[in-house]
Design a protein around this ligand. Structure first.
Ligand code: BGC
Length: 967
C-alpha cells in the first residue's frame, strides 16, 4: 500500500537527519511482493467511464537487482475469477505502470476484479494478493429518465435549496448504487445518513464540494456511491442540498449566465431475485425547500447557518407537506462525465488545534490610526472558554491553511456567532504600514471583496452544538469570533480541506530554515489544490490560473501523486480552449483572457510533466490535438516585423523586482513550446517515419527558426542580450538560444555577475524564478544556486521564512519588517508559484530525476549535488546533509547525503524493484575513490558498471538499497 508520508514528522526530525533512516521496503527481506494495484492511477476506483482502463502495480523487495521479466493480468466479473473477461496471457515485458485493458468491451455499472502475476528476473512467479477491483460508471448507458431538478421559485442568490423524495423498496437488496451530480455543489443523504465511501480500513470517507469544478459550459462530473448499506427494505428517503459552489456567486464571474442551481440523481437497486429498480430525480416526485439550516453558502463570502432550522428532512417520517414541487433545470447544456481522480476531502491527519487564543476587548492607544487591541488574556491550550458580549477571541492555528473551523459551543437559543478569517494579523495598527485595523486584530484587506466569514445562530442545545460549514472554504491562519450574547466555546479546531491526493515526497536538511521552507511549499500545495490547481485560497480569486501551475507543476508532482488530477484538469483546459487554439489564463475558464505567454503554455508543459513523472502517455495522446491547435495559434501571432512573436504579453515576468520585456518572454516561451512539442511527438512516435516522427522534425525546425529570429531581435553584435536581466539570461540559457558555445559561456559568466552584483540576490518574478535554479545548476552555477537558496535578505525564499511564513507568499515582499504589508490589493500569503524551488531541492540537491527516455522513474537519473561551496556569502552556513524521498509508481526512491568532518561524503540510496538507475557522484578530487558498503563500488552486488567522466563517477545500478562513500 502506498502510504501517506509523515511530512510533519520529517520536518521536525530534520535537524537530526540520520543517514541510517533509510526507508526500508515493506516486504520482508529477500521476498518480493506485488502490491499497490491501481486502475487509472487510483486504488479500486468505483465509477470509471474509461473504456480501456490502465493497470499499474508495484514490486517490492528487500533484494538488490530485482526486476520484472513478464506479467499476466486477469480481469473477471467475479472475485473467484471464473468469469474472465481478459487474460493478457504472459507478456514478456518489464512494464508495470499504465497498461491498458484489452479484453472484451466493458459493461456499464459493473464491478470487475483483477489480479496480476509477475515473473521476476530469475523466472520466479509472484502473484498479487490484494483484493483489487474497479467498477465502471454509467458509461454510455445513460441517466434513464433522471432530470436536472431545481427549486421552482428562485430565491435570493446563495440560498441553499434542499431536495427530497421517498421511495419504497420491497425486496431484499443485493446491490445498490447512486449516481449523482449537481449544478452548484451538493451533498447527498439516504435515510438520514450522509452518503460516503468506506475505505480499506472500514472507515467512512466523505467527499466535499462535489461534483468539483469543471468547465460547466461543457462538462460536469458525476459521482458513484455504493449505497447498499444505506438503504432498507421498505420506506427510504433520498435527499440532497445544493449550494452555489463554482456555478453561481462571485467565483463564477458570471460565466454561466444567471443560472439556477440543479441536482440530478439515479439510484439503481438490484434485488437478490435478479430484478432491479431505478429511482431518478424527477420534478414530479421530488420536493424542494430553501429554508433550511444552511441559509446561505458562497465560496467567497462564507456561510450563514441557523441551527434553529435544523430538522430531520433527510430522514423518513419527516413531514414535507409544506415543501414545494420542483422545476426542471435547463441551464446546463454539456456532458455529464464520471469523476476521475482524487476527491476533495477533510484531510483528517492534518487537523490543527489553535496554538494561541487571544481575548481582547476594545482598543488601546486610541490616538493613533487604529491603536492596538486591548488584550484581556491569552491561552495556549485548547480549553473551554467563556466569551462575553463585546469581547473578541483571536485564534491562531499556527499554520496558514485552507479549510474551515469546526467548533462546539453552548449558549442561549438565537445567540449569533460571527467568525471572520484572515492569514495575517495587523502589526502596529498604522496606516503607514498597510494595516487595516488595530495591531493584533485580523488583517483582511488582502481578501478584497471576499467576505470570508461564518455566521452561526445557536439553537440553544443544553449539551452544546457542534458545527462546521460545508458550502465554503477559507484560506486562513487566524480567525476571530464574537457573539451577541455570552457563550461557552467547548472546542474549536482547524480542518484542512483540499484534494486528497497522496503525498509522495519528503525533503530535509540540517538547516531548519530550509526545512521550514519545504514545509511552506507543501502547505502551499495542500492549500491550493482544491478540485483544481488554484492561485490562492483566500481572496476573491481562487481560480485555476494556468501560469501558476505551469511553474509549480513539477514540484507539485514530487509532493503528491497528481497523475489522475492533472489528467482531469487537462480536460478543463481542453474544454476552455478558445476556438483559435489559445489556452485560457484560468482553467476552467470563467474570467480574463486567453493565450498569454507562460500561462497558456501550461497546456503543453503540464501534460509533459505528467508523462515524465508517471509514464502517463495517454495524457500526451489525449491532448496532442489541443496542443497542436495551440501551436497554430502561436503561428498566427506573426506581424509585419516578426514571424515568431509567441503568445500574449499580458503578464510577463509577473511580480518581479526588475522588469524584463514581456514580448521577450513570449518569444522564449514559443521556443519552449516548440522544443516540448518535438519531445512529445517523439514520445508518441512508434517508428522513424510515422506521422509523429515527421511532426517532431517540423517542431525541431520551428525551434531553430525561432532561435534565429530571437538572435537577430534580442542579441547585440557580441551575441549578448539586449535585455540585461536575470530572467532574460535564465530563459535564453535554459532554452539554448545563444548562437555559439563561447557566447553561451560568456552569458553564463555574465549571469553569475548579475546575481553577485545584486548582493547574491535574485530579482525575478514568476517566470524567471520558475526556471532559475535548475538553469543555474545546469550551467555550472550550482554554487550560485546554493547562495540564493540560503539568502535571507529581501528578496529571497528565506526572507519570508524569517518573517514567520508558514506558506509561500505571492510576492517576495508581501510583508516586510521595514514597510509592513504590501499595499497592492494582490497580496496573498498562500501562493505556490515561488515554491518552484522545491523542484530543485528534489532534482538537484537530492538528485532524484526521471529519465526522459524511460519516464515514470523506470530508469532513474540520480544526481545528488552536496553543498560543496568553497566560499560562502557572509552569514551563510554550508548544508552538510540532505535526505529526500519520492514515492514513484515503482515504489519509494530515497536519496540522502552527508558531508563528514573528514571531507568524505556518504550517500545512502534506495531504488524500488523493477527500476534501474544511473547514479552520478561528484568527486571532490581526482584521486577520490568510491566505495559501497565498504568495498570498491565496482565490486558491489547490484552495480552493473562504474565509469569516471568529467570529474564524476557514473554508476549503473539495479534496484535495492546502497551505501556509497566517496573518500
Ligand atoms: C493571480 C496570479 C496570476 C496572475 C496573473 C493574479 O491575480 O493570483 O497568481 O497568475 O493574477 O495575472
Amino acid at each position: 500500500m502506498k502510504k501517506t508520508l509523515p511530512f510533519i514528522a520529517i520536518i521536525f526530525l530534520a535537524a537530526g537527519v540520520a543517514l541510517s533512516t533509510l526507508n526500508k521496503c515493506t516486504s520482508p527481506a529477500g521476498r518480493t511482493i506485488v502490491d499497490d494495484l491501481r486502475v487509472e492511477y487510483m486504488k479500486n476506483p468505483v465509477g470509471t467511464d474509461a473504456s480501456q482502463p490502465r493497470f499499474s502495480w508495484k514490486m517490492e523487495s528487500g533484494e538488490r537487482g530485482v526486476s520484472q521479466a513478464a506479467y499476466t493480468i486477469i480481469v473477471s466479473t467475479d472475485n473467484a475469477f471464473k468469469k474472465v473477461v481478459w487474460n493478457s496471457g504472459e507478456v514478456l515485458s518489464d512494464q508495470s505502470v499504465a497498461i491498458a485493458y484489452k479484453g472484451v468491451a466493458l459493461m456499464p455499472a459493473t464491478r470487475y476484479f483483477w489480479k496480476v502475476e509477475v515473473k521476476d528476473q530469475s523466472s520466479k512467479k509472484i502473484a498479487s494478493t490484494e483484493k483489487a477491483f474497479f467498477e465502471t460508471g454509467l458509461m454510455d448507458s445513460g441517466w434513464s429518465n433522471a432530470q436536472w431538478i431545481k427549486p421552482l421559485q428562485r430565491d435570493t442568490i446563495c440560498t441553499v435549496p434542499m431536495f427530497r423524495t421517498t421511495c419504497t423498496l420491497n425486496k431484499k437488496i443485493r446491490s445498490a448504487r447512486i449516481y449523482t451530480s449537481s449544478l452548484g455543489i451538493y451533498d447527498v443523504f439516504i435515510n438520514g445518513k450522509r452518503v460516503g465511501r468506506y475505505d480499506e480500513n472500514g472507515n467512512i470517507v466523505y467527499d466535499e464540494f462535489k461534483p468539483g469544478w469543471t468547465d460547466y459550459t461543457r462538462t460536469v462530473s458525476y459521482s458513484t456511491y455504493d449505497v447498499k448499506d444505506f438503504l432498507t427494505k421498505g420506506n427510504n428517503v433520498l435527499a440532497a442540498y445544493v449550494a452555489a459552489g463554482w456555478w453561481q456567486g462571485g467565483i463564477s464571474h458570471g460565466k454561466y449566465g444567471n443560472p439556477d442551481l440543479g441536482f440530478i440523481a439515479k439510484l439503481v437497486v438490484n434485488y437478490t431475485d435478479g430484478t432491479s429498480e431505478t429511482v431518478a430525480s424527477d420534478p414530479k416526485t421530488w420536493k424542494c425547500n430553501s429554508d433550511g439550516a444552511i441559509q446561505k453558502g458562497d465560496i467567497y463570502n462564507g456561510e450563514v447557518y441557523d441551527a434553529r432550522k435544523e430538522s430531520a428532512w433527510t430522514s423518513p417520517g419527516f413531514d414535507d407537506s409544506g415543501w414545494q414541487t420542483c422545476g426542471i433545470n435547463t441551464d446546463f447544456k454539456g456532458k455529464i462525465i464520471a469523476f476521475a481522480g482524487p476527491t476533495v476531502q477533510i484531510r483528517k491527519n492534518l487537523q490543527r488545534s489553535p496554538v494561541k487564543i487571544t481575548r481582547y476587548e476594545g482598543i488601546t492607544n486610541e490616538g493613533s490610526d487604529f491603536g492596538m487591541i486591548n488584550v484581556k488574556d491569552t491561552l495556549t491550550q485548547p480549553a473551554t472558554i467563556s466569551l462575553a458580549k463585546g469581547q473578541t477571541l483571536v485564534y491562531d492555528m499556527g499554520q496558514n491553511m485552507t479549510g474551515w473551523v469546526k467548533f462546539k459551543v453552548k449558549g442561549k437559543m438565537g445567540t449569533e456567532l460571527t467568525l471572520r478569517f484572515a492569514e495575517m494579523l495587523n502589526d502596529e495598527g498604522k496606516k503607514s504600514r498597510g494595516d487595516d485595523g488595530p495591531g493584533g486584530s485580523l488583517y483582511r484587506s488582502n481578501l478584497r471583496s471576499a467576505k470570508a466569514m461564518l455566521q452561526y445562530k445557536l439553537k440553544g442545545a443544553a449539551e452544546g452544538e457542534e458545527y462546521h460549514p460545508s458550502t465554503t472554504f477559507f484560506g486562513f491562519r487566524y480567525c476571530d469570533l464574537t457573539a451577541t450574547d455570552s457563550i461557552t466555546i467547548e472546542s474549536l479546531t482547524g480542518e484542512v480541506v483540499g484534494t486528497a491526493s497522496e503525498e509522495t515526497g519528503s525533503f530535509s536538511t540540517d538547516n531548519p530554515s530550509i526545512n521550514q521552507l519545504f514545509s511552506n511549499i507543501i502547505w502551499g500545495q495542500r492549500s491550493n489544490f482544491l478540485s483544481i490547481p488554484t492561485d490562492c485560497p483566500q481572496r476573491d480569486e481562487r481560480l485555476g490560473w494556468t501560469g501558476d501551475i505551469e511553474i509549480f507543476g513539477r514540484t507539485a508532482s514530487y509532493n503528491a501523486d497528481l497523475a489522475a488530477f492533472f489528467q482531469k484538469w487537462m480536460g478543463d483546459m481542453r474544454d476552455s480552449q478558445r476556438g483559435d487554439g489559445a489556452f485560457p489564463s484560468v482553467a476552467p475558464h470563467c474570467w480574463v483572457g486567453y493565450g498569454q505567454a507562460a500561462w497558456a503554455e501550461a497546456g503543453i508543459i503540464v501534460p509533459w510533466t505528467t508523462y515524465l513523472m508517471y509514464d502517463n502517455k495517454n495524457i500526451l495522446e489525449e491532448n496532442y490535438p489541443a496542443m497542436e491547435k495551440y501551436m497554430s495559434f502561436l503561428a498566427n501571432q506573426s506581424d509585419e516585423n516578426y514571424h515568431y512573436n509567441g503568445a500574449g504579453t499580458d503578464y510577463g515576468d509577473w511580480v518581479s523586482y526588475v522588469h524584463t520585456d514581456n514580448r521577450y518572454i513570449s518569444v522564449c516561451y514559443y521556443a519552449y513550446s516548440a522544443l516540448l512539442m518535438e519531445k512529445i511527438s517523439l514520445a508518441l512516435s512508434a517508428g522513424k517515419d510515422d506521422e509523429y516522427a515527421q511532426k517532431a522534425a517540423s517542431y525541431r525546425a520551428l525551434n531553430d527558426s525561432i532561435k534565429q529570429e530571437f538572435q537577430s531581435r534580442y542579441t547585440a553584435e557580441d551575441g549578448m542580450l539586449n535585455q540585461d536581466t536575470q530572467t532574460a539570461y535564465l530563459l535564453a540559457l535554459k532554452l539554448n538560444l545563444f548562437s555559439t558555445g563561447d557566447i553561451r559561456q560568456k552569458a553564463i559568466d555574465h549571469l553569475r555577475q548579475l546575481i553577485v552584483d545584486n548582493g547574491n540576490k535574485l530579482n525575478t518574478g514568476f517566470v524567471g524564478t520558475g526556471v532559475m535554479m535548475p538553469t543555474l545548476s545546469d550551467a555550472g552555477l550550482i554554487d550560485i544556486a546554493y547562495n540564493l537558496l540560503l539568502q535571507r535578505d529581501n528578496p529571497s525564499w528565506l526572507y519570508s521564512v524569517d518573517q514567520g511564513a508558514t506558506t509561500v507568499w505571492e510576492r517576495w515582499n508581501s510583508y516586510t519588517k521595514e514597510d509592513g504589508f504590501n499595499r497592492d490589493g494582490m497580496n496573498s500569503f498562500n501562493h505556490y508559484a515561488y515554491g518552484v524551488v522545491g523542484e530543485w531541492l528534489y532534482r538537484y540537491v537530492a538528485g532524484i530525476n526521471p529519465d526522459e527516455s524511460r519516464p515514470g522513474f523506470k530508469h532513474i537519473l540520480l544526481n545528488p549535488n552536496p553543498d560543496f561551496r568553497k566560499t560562502l556569502p557572509e552569514g551563510q552556513k554550508q548544508i552538510t546533509q540532505a535526505d529526500a524521498s519520492y514515492d514513484s509508481y515503482y515504489g519509494k526512491i530515497h536519496s540522502a547525503w552527508k558531508i563528514e568532518n573528514n571531507g568524505s561524503v556518504k550517500y545512502n540510496i534506495a531504488l524500488p524493484a523493477n527500476t534501474t538507475a544511473t547514479l552520478t557522484l561528484p568527486l571532490p578530487v581526482e584521486q577520490s575513490e568510491v566505495f559501497e558498503s565498504g568495498i570498491a563500488a565496482k565490486d558491489a552486488k547490484g552495480v552493473f558498471s562504474v565509469k569516471r567522466e568529467n570529474g564524476k563517477e557514473k554508476i549503473e545500478l539495479g534496484s535495492g538499497e546502497y551505501s556509497f562513500e566517496v573518500k
